[in-house]
Structure formats: C-alpha cells, structure tokens
Design a protein around this ligand. Structure first.
Ligand SMILES: [Fe+2]
Length: 437
C-alpha cells in the first residue's frame, strides 16, 4: 500500500513537471514567434485589366476635369471595390473620388480608401504597409494612419504603434495621391509586414495540456475521495473487529472463571493456535478466524457441574464421561453461530485424536477439521504447561517429550512440529497477560 501510494505520488509529480516544462517551452516558443515578422503580399485581382488604369497622354491632354471623370467612369468603377487578397489578410481599396488636379501638368488627384481585414486566426500587431505608386507621385493628405512617401513607395503605419487588429476585425485608413502624366493609379501591389500576437490559449497544445492537467486533477480527487472512504471503512471494520474480539474474550473469561486453575486458558490456546496457523502460512484473516474459534473451544464447560470441573483428585468413570460431554454441549451452543465458519467444529472436535481414539465422534487423521487439530495441540500444550487442580505445572522438558511421544497418535505430527518450534524459539509458553496480544 505504501509503495503504491509512493508510485502514484511520483507519477503525479512527474506528470505535473512534464506539463510545466512543455508549457514553458510552448510559452517561450510563442514569445519568440511573436517577435518574428510576417510578410504578406497582396495583389490586385484586376491587374490583368489594362484598359481600366491607363490613360494615354494623347487623349488626356485635351480633357477637362469634368470630361475626364465622365470618360473614365468605367475605370473608376472598376478600381472602386477592388481588393488585394492574401490568406492571412485582405486589403480592400476603393477610389472615393478622382479629379484632374492640374490640366497643364497632367496631374490627376484621387482619394484612396483602404480597409484592411485580419482574416488570420491570430491578432495582428504593429503592422506596416508598403504601396508602390507611379514615379513622380506625391501625397496630398492622409488620415487614420501615418503615411510617408519615399522612392515611389508610400509607407503606411498605424497612428498608435501598439494598435492591435483582432481576429476578424478590420481597420480603415486612406490618402489623397497626386499622380503625374494624366494617369490614374490603381493599387496593384503592396506588401504588409506585421507581427502576430500569440496568445497561449490560441495554441492547440495549450488545450491538450489543460485537459491532461484537468484529468490528472480529477483522477487525484477521485483517489483522495476513495482513500478517505477506504480509510473510514477500515476504521469501521477495525471497530467491529474489536467488538467481536472483546465479546468472544468475555465469553472465554466466563468459561475459564468456572475453574481458577484454567484462568486465561482459552486466550492462551487461541494465542498459540493463531501462531501455529501463521507459521503454517495461512492468511491473516484465516488466522484471526482460528483465534476466535479457539477462544470458544471450551464453551461447553458451561454445562458441566462445577464440582466435577474443580475436583482436585482423580475422577470416576462417570465424572470423566460427564466432562467429555463439554464438546457435544459446546457444539450444540455454537451450532447457529455461522458468521464465524468452523466455530462449532472447533468446540466439537478439539478432543479428537489423530489415531481415531479421541472423543466425541472418534474421527481420525485428516477427517478431523484442521482447526480442531491445531486447537488440540495448543490446548494440550497449555494444559501441560500450566497448573491444574489435580497437579502442578509440568517441566517444559517433560511437556516437549509428551508432545513428541504423542505426535502421530494423539496429535497431528505436522502441527506438533510448529508447536515445538514455538517452544524452542521462546514464543511459548506465555504468561497470562502475554496472551492478550
Ligand atoms: Fe476441552
């Protein structure tokens, strides 16, 4: 359990560290990318249409401003609404009005209105637009942007350096340009340099990491909740176990109280039996079950007259037969106690002998329930190693010899082996108080 908890904790720590490292790497990558400029080149879709934009010198010289507007109404209409497309952005250009500024010099004036759309998936920052214009043009005025004219290129920048064009938003600006040689000017080529604002949550990996962290959090929460429940359940089970154990010990004390020489006998037998079971590699639940069964192995003595139980001298044949009845009485008392399987058998068969000469059923060998065979050895050992009303306690050498002598006849010799081992390593015998454990 401890190792499992540690393993889970390590997995958690590593997962969170991995998410943090990937997250920080992603964040610094996005920060880096934010500093990289993007270039978008837009082209007029109507560039092929030469008729719309060119005015021959020959024709234009003789035209008045009014005539000019009338003649080139088609060209104006064509230029109006033309747009320059790019997958990341879109530039709409329209010529709001157009006039012959200076007939003598062939200077044509026009007002150009621009609408710049952000069609990309990210916000656009700090953009600059470069528009090529005919040689000899000059800017008359501009609005909603900072325009500069140099080397036949107009550079347009936002008035506010940090102006952001959000996703799907647009901005508008414009200028009035004077072009020479009686020619109109259609914006055909322009370049846009811009930076893109990388918001962490706009990156798919951010959501993958977030979902992973959220799943980790939910799994942790579920683990904590189930741990608390299991802990509560274990505590309740432990409390129930204590109630069972204390009740059974109380019964055992009632049995043993009938004879002052047998005080603590049932608890010691239970204590030895459980240890034999442990040494036989039985699981802890089985060992506990045997402990409970052994506690009540002599419960039938309740039905035996005190005068016989506590008689100091030798017993008559009738008295001995009467005492033997305690196994049958015990079995009868416990026959309905089925929440501890085998408890009635423990009381009934703990005086059976391995060779079949015991009582009360005369079972032999493996026909005797294993728990009863274990209790038989523990019971006999405790009887020999403690004082009785008819004799004092026997020397341990004598007890050991008795166990060895009756292994295979009275006792299951395999079980005697464990009992002898317990005596040899000092586990048995125990004093009254020690069997409380
Ligand atoms: Fe007994």
């Amino acid at each position: 359990m401890f190792h499992r908890k540690n393993k889970l904790l390590m997995i958690n720590i590593f997962s969170i560290l991995a998410v943090l490292i990937i997250g920080l790497t992603l964040f610094s990558y996005l920060q880096h990318m934010e500093k990289q400029p993007f270039y978008a080149f837009c082209q007029n879709e109507n560039k092929e249409d030469e008729n719309a934009s060119d005015i021959s010198e020959e024709e234009s010289v003789s035209l008045s401003a009014e005539e000019y507007r009338e003649k080139y109404a088609d060209g104006l209409a064509l230029a109006d609404g033309a747009f320059l497309a790019n997958p990341k952005c879109r530039l709409e250009v329209s010529i709001a009005k157009q006039w012959l500024e200076n007939e003598a010099n062939g200077i044509v004036g026009a007002q150009y209105d621009f609408v710049f759309h952000n069609d990309s998936a990210k916000d656009i920052l700090n953009w600059t637009m470069l528009v090529s214009v005919p040689e000899g043009s000059y800017l008359d005025s501009y609005w909603s942007g900072e325009c500069n004219y140099e080397n036949d290129v107009i550079t347009i920048q936002p008035l506010d350096y940090n102006q952001t064009i959000e996703v799907a938003a647009d901005i508008s600006f414009g200028f009035v340009l004077m072009t020479p040689n009686n020619s109109t000017f259609h914006v055909e080529d322009c370049a846009i340099i811009f930076y893109r604002e990388n918001k962490l949550w706009q990156h798919p990996l951010f959501w993958v990491l977030s979902i992973f962290l959220f799943a980790l959090f939910i799994a942790d929460l579920a683990y904590v909740v189930s741990s608390i429940r299991i802990r509560k359940y274990n505590l309740r089970q432990e409390a129930d176990r204590r109630i069972i154990e204390q009740s059974l010990k109380t019964f055992a004390n009632i049995i043993d109280a009938k004879d002052e020489y047998t005080r603590g006998h049932s608890q010691r037998v239970a204590y030895y039996s459980r240890e034999i079971a442990r040494r036989m590699n039985m699981d802890e639940e089985t060992c506990r079950q045997l402990y409970y069964i052994a506690l009540l192995h002599d419960i039938g003595k309740i039905g035996i007259t005190d005068s016989i139980l506590t008689k100091p001298g030798a017993l008559t044949v009738e008295e001995r037969e009467s005492i033997k009845q305690h196994v049958v009485i015990g079995g009868e008392i416990l026959k309905d106690f089925n929440s501890i399987p085998g408890i009635a058998e423990g009381a009934m068969y703990h005086h059976e002998r391995y060779d079949g000469t015991g009582y009360s059923a005369g079972l032999s060998g493996d026909a005797i329930p294993l728990f009863a065979r274990i209790i038989c050895v523990a019971d006999s050992f405790d009887a020999m190693s403690s004082a009785r009303c008819y004799r004092g306690k026997l020397e341990m050498d004598h007890v050991v010899n008795e166990l060895k002598a009756h292994a295979g006849t009275q006792f299951d010799k395999n079980i005697v082996r464990y009992m002898l081992e317990m005596i040899a390593d000092g586990f048995a015998p125990v004093l009254n108080g020690e069997a409380e454990m």
